[in-house]
Design a protein. Structure first.
Lengths: 508, 101, 484
């Protein structure tokens, strides 16, 4: 039985931040306590790289700022980064043998921004290799485990991030979401996670998987903590050509999301604080694939929202099922090209024995990449080939536009926010159903469309399964472009009326 | 529409991935399975629909932002940091097995 | 069987920007290996491309100069293939929607004017360099060194229609294109440093046949001489092959300068499927009409316009006008000189610049910008020819003296000091003629017997007696009169 780290005595980043600024606790104390906890919970395999010296150095810097009265909202707060964000100091492996010994000479923008805000990193978190997967079982360094049930997956690809937050090892963590990889592990681990609008958070320094889909997003215990991480990283970055300078008229910089959140919150008044909010519920999300217990938990959540004054509206996202083939053409295609740079020439794994150059490259890649990554590279290569490009890749991009239009129809005509399940079931067993590579893909059906359309979306805990070891269930909230702040406020209101997000897994 | 051994060999070569005969066969089967999944796309009528590349270009006009033409200085000290992860170097160069053309 | 050679050229011009096309590394030539390559150029994980505005402006300038359509929206695409000098193992290029479309180039082959249409010009990044010196790899294997300094240098790839029909024409096109990109300031034109490289697509077909034959691509020709030789060899090779009953295989070839032959590099049939797709890291490039107008307004007068003006307003031949507009410095020099000459005498300036001045610059291996005779000084000399003070021939001596700095390069002072004034007094000339005639009765006889050469011989003697200073037209005229 291990003691929970010091930071878990505080309900929120805001409360912990206040304590730090008041000198009631120091960043070094917090860091040491978190480091112990990470060590004690190595069974979760949530962390890939921990370096106590690097962490303490950051903590000391934070304490120095605090003692000068220059602490901000994140100064001294323990966090960790998914191992697809490059970091100086800590290795970055993307959970792959290909990058097992790689140390980046530069930091990802997200990492720099959080470091500048004073957050203290506990290290790099496990994930599916190159962010490809939904169970953190595709990691070259072993699966991460769900704190609610050690034999269950934590979800993926940001499995380590979700597990670390759920187990209380950090206050919050960064993740990346390409097809659901922040939302789904958040749901399976009973924490909150948000994927912002595509283009609002910089991709510079994120190991690329699906460039037109990848977005960084935080995971934390509740919406208010998500805000604390999301706001400082929502900023235009000139080093990323897909980064947006403005968001429907508001400059893309820190402060925007918080301002929207505050405005939305202050509009929530009285006994029916969400009066006027129209919640779109897509009929297609409640199909035969959805398990009864998830359906029930989501239904209960919707009723809670209704009790807060919101009104349910049925909407249709007719191409929901098509999001699967569309995504699994586009993402692998982009990945196949993005991963070409891993050839053993300038960095990364080089085979121990080889003949000529082509042989060196082919062997290094076959040895360095795991089976799911290889599979997606080969599929992606295939669909871009001459003769197939139009029928697969372009067709998928056209369907993508139709899917985006479907969401716009719903928002324009019927609702302010869309809600539904995140996953069809709760977390599966580690090792289950590994023979059929596409079985996992089908379970992404509720999250893929959002990524294709570039919309912001969240997952918040809304219930548990009825099994002996109860497993968390998540509610998905989907907003229109740039409405991260409003989404967080809607989620926060739910979390003020319920306590799912306060449940903690028993110690193992 | 089924994927043949030749298809697998060609794709594996294009992607520079060495596949043993067993791996190649397994890959062939898996790819066929995946193709079955993505075949669904073919049936959709998308006449008149433009492909969507940047997801936000459905919402707003997205065009490429440009950088001013200014050079940042570079030198040998930066080089060592940038090349620190290289498997084989000599005299400031990356080494690869020689290709004879 | 009469054969026709069909040639199209693809030219890669390195753009003269300060920084690379997708990163802010310097493009300066000659730095120590890998000191001008940052994380983007080395394709480190997490790096992303950002487009250089300067490279786009170069493309726009080029498009305007050749009368092309500048695409209001163009797309960057990834060209996927593995090669160690290509760090991402894809090249960011443009495929379906290039920035410049169409256009044409006028140039001279000898004194024949030609126009070749261009298909397109697009922006892309250059690859790094392979150094094949004998390095040894970690397992003792023979290795090549890769330098990524050049990786990411902006390129404008300029593609011509396959409208050229001889090696000479292709070279003339290439020279004209070279002159244009240097004129526009978009490329430094240094072929030894690889700033301007041509790939030649060559095929042959029986004269009169409509379909094209199978073509071969000869890559990376970085001198006009090699371009010419390579095309000549390749055309001959293909013709001989077909005449011997063989078929030409579509392939990529390299030119071996030492052996003066082309060799197969790899068959285009087995070559990579490049799997082009729009680069998701780079949204489409928008070029507004306003931007194009602004660049148009800042463009120097283009060679074509200048050439036309030289022909129509200054009376030069098409050929001379074309020659003088190959190089902006030459054109400027000429204009300055011509401006100070009387109406209709610009041609003299053209002759002198294309003749004596050009030869002297070549001899001393200096640029016209460093000419030791300024346009004003040259004009002053030409004025003395026009007013008969010196003959054209003597003027060349004066020019030489000006170049050497005699009398501070002042033509009048030189003429005075050396006593080079032309003798135009018919009395004096007549006296000299009489003397020579009297001294050479045999030659006079020969002339009277019908030998025209004898006339020239007499003229020669007269000019000798006059120390070259007699006005040649007058000598001719008076001698004719005296002999008749």
């Amino acid at each position: 039985m291990s003691t929970m780290p010091l930071h878990t005595e505080f309900d929120s980043i805001e409360a912990l931040g206040a304590a730090l600024r008041q000198g009631k606790v120091s960043a070094v104390e917090l860091a040491d306590s978190a480091l112990d906890a990470v060590q004690a919970r190595s069974d979760l395999n949530a962390f890939l790289h921990v370096d106590a010296e690097l962490t303490r150095a950051q903590a000391q810097t934070a304490d120095a700022l605090l003692s000068q009265g220059r602490g901000g909202s994140l100064t001294g707060i323990p966090i960790a980064h998914k191992d697809v964000f490059v970091t100086r100091g800590w290795r970055t492996t993307a959970a792959s043998k290909m990058l097992a010994d790689y140390t980046s000479p530069f930091d990802a923008t997200v990492v720099s921004l959080l470091e500048q805000a004073g957050a203290v990193s506990l290290g790099k978190l496990n994930c599916d290799e190159f962010a490809m997967g939904s169970g953190n079982e595709n990691s070259a360094f072993g699966p991460a485990r769900n704190p609610w049930d050690a034999d269950a997956v934590p979800g993926g690809s940001s499995g380590g991030s979700a597990a670390a937050v759920a187990a209380g090892l950090v206050m919050a963590a960064t993740g990346t979401d390409t097809g659901g990889s922040v939302r789904q592990p958040a749901a399976l681990c009973g924490v909150s996670g948000i994927k912002p609008t595509y283009g609002t958070v910089s991709r510079f320094g994120m190991v690329a998987f699906g460039s037109s889909l990848d977005q960084a997003g935080p995971l934390a215990r509740h919406a208010r903590d998500l805000l604390e991480l999301l706001d400082p990283i929502s900023a235009f970055d000139e080093r990323d050509a897909t980064s947006l300078p403005d968001c429907d008229g508001a400059a893309n910089k820190p402060g925007r999301v918080r301002a929207d959140f505050d405005a939305a919150r202050s509009a929530q008044q009285g006994g029916k604080p969400l009066q006027g909010l129209r919640i779109g519920v897509p009929a297609e999300f409640f199909n035969e694939g959805l398990s009864p217990e998830v359906a029930q938990a989501v239904e209960a959540a919707l009723q809670t929202y209704e009790s807060l004054g919101a009104r349910r509206v049925e909407v249709s996202l007719p191409r929901t099922k098509l999001s699967i083939p569309a995504y699994y053409v586009i993402a692998p295609a982009e990945a196949s090209s993005n991963l070409s740079r891993y050839d053993g020439v300038r960095y990364g794994h080089r085979s121990a024995s080889y003949g000529d150059l082509a042989d060196m490259t082919s062997r290094s890649r076959a040895e360095g990449f795991g089976p799911e990554v290889l599979r997606r590279i080969l599929v992606g290569t295939y669909v871009l080939c001459h003769g197939y490009y139009d029928a697969y890749y372009l067709q998928a991009q056209r369907i993508r536009r139709l899917i985006a239009q479907d969401f716009q129809q719903a928002f324009a005509n019927h609702c302010d926010v869309i809600m539904g399940p995140v996953t069809p079931t709760v977390a599966k067993r580690i090792g289950e159903n590994r023979d059929d590579p596409t079985a996992d893909w089908l379970a992404d059906v509720y999250t893929l469309g959002v990524s294709l359309a570039g919309l912001p979306a969240m997952s918040i805990p809304c219930g548990f399964s009825g099994s002996a070891k109860p497993l968390p269930i998540g509610l998905q909230l989907i907003g229109n472009y740039f409405r991260e702040g409003q989404l967080l406020a809607i989620a926060d209101r739910f979390q003020q009326a319920t306590d799912w997000h306060q449940r903690k897994p028993e110690q193992q | 529409m089924a994927i043949t051994d030749q298809d697998v060999a060609r794709i594996a070569h294009l992607a520079r991935i060495a596949l043993s005969p067993e791996d190649a066969e397994q890959t062939r089967q898996e790819l066929n399975g995946i193709l079955g999944l993505i075949e669904q796309l073919q049936a959709v009528d998308t006449r008149g629909v433009e492909p969507l590349a940047h997801p936000l270009s459905a919402h707003q006009d997205i065009s490429l932002r440009l950088r001013d033409d200014k050079a940042a200085p570079g030198d040998e000290s930066q080089r060592s940091a940038l090349m620190a992860n290289a498997p084989a170097t000599a005299e400031g160069l990356f080494l690869v097995p020689t290709v004879i053309e | 069987m009469e054969w026709e050679i069909v040639i199209g050229l693809e030219t890669h011009t390195q753009l003269a920007t300060e920084s690379k096309i997708f990163s802010n590394s310097s493009t300066r030539f000659g730095a120590a290996p890998n000191t001008q390559a940052n994380e983007v150029d080395m394709a480190l994980p997490g790096s992303l491309p950002v487009l250089n505005r300067g490279a786009v402006e170069c493309a726009i300038r080029f498009g305007l100069a050749i009368g092309a359509h500048i695409a209001p929206r163009s797309v960057f695409a990834r060209k996927n293939y593995f090669y160690p000098d290509l760090p991402k193992n894809y090249q960011i290029s443009q495929f379906e929607l290039p920035v410049v479309q169409g256009g044409s180039l006028r140039f001279f082959v000898g004194d024949q004017e030609h126009t070749v249409n261009l298909t397109r010009a697009h922006l892309e990044e250059d690859a790094g360099k392979s150094l094949h010196e004998n390095f040894t790899g970690p397992h003792g294997e023979s290795s090549t060194g890769i330098d990524l300094n050049r990786a990411g240098t902006p390129l404008l790839e300029i593609v011509s229609e396959p409208e050229m029909r001889s090696a000479a024409e292709a070279v003339a096109y290439a020279r004209a294109l070279h002159a244009l990109v240097v004129w526009l300031g978009i490329c430094d034109g240094n072929m030894q440093e690889g700033s301007f490289r041509c790939d030649a697509n060559v095929s042959v077909r029986p004269k009169g046949q409509a379909e094209f034959g199978t073509r071969c691509e000869i890559k990376n020709l970085n001198s006009f001489r090699f371009l010419e030789r390579a095309i000549q060899y390749e055309a001959r090779r293909q013709i001989e092959l077909i005449e011997d009953g063989g078929t030409v295989r579509q392939e990529t070839r390299l030119y071996d300068a030492d052996r003066d032959e082309t060799r197969s590099m790899r068959s285009k049939e087995d070559s990579d499927d490049y799997r082009y797709f729009p680069d998701p890291d780079l949204p489409p490039l928008a070029i507004t009409a306003g931007w194009v107008e602004r660049i148009k307004a800042e463009l120097p007068e283009l060679p074509d316009a200048k050439r036309r003006r030289f022909e129509t307003e200054l009376g030069l031949t098409a050929y001379d006008a074309a020659q003088l507009t190959m190089d902006r410095a030459y054109a400027d020099y000429f204009e300055q000189a011509a401006a100070q000459l009387p109406q209709g005498q610009a041609k003299l300036a053209a002759n002198w610049i294309l003749g004596e001045l050009s030869a002297t610059l070549n001899r001393d291996e200096i640029d016209i910008a460093q000419s030791r005779v300024t346009p004003a000084a040259l004009t002053a000399l030409i004025a003395r020819i026009i007013d008969g003070t010196v003959s054209n021939k003597i003027a060349r001596d004066v020019f030489g003296a000006m170049w050497a700095g005699e009398q501070d390069g002042n033509p009048d002072a030189i003429i005075e000091a050396r006593g080079l004034k032309q003798i135009s007094d018919s009395g004096a000339i007549g006296a000299m003629i009489d003397e020579v005639l009297a001294a050479n009765p045999a030659i006079v006889e020969q002339y009277r017997a019908g030998k025209d050469k004898a006339f020239n011989s007499l003229v020669g003697q007269i000019m000798k007696a006059a120390k070259g200073k007699a006005n040649p037209q007058q000598v001719n005229q008076l001698l004719k009169e005296k002999l008749s």
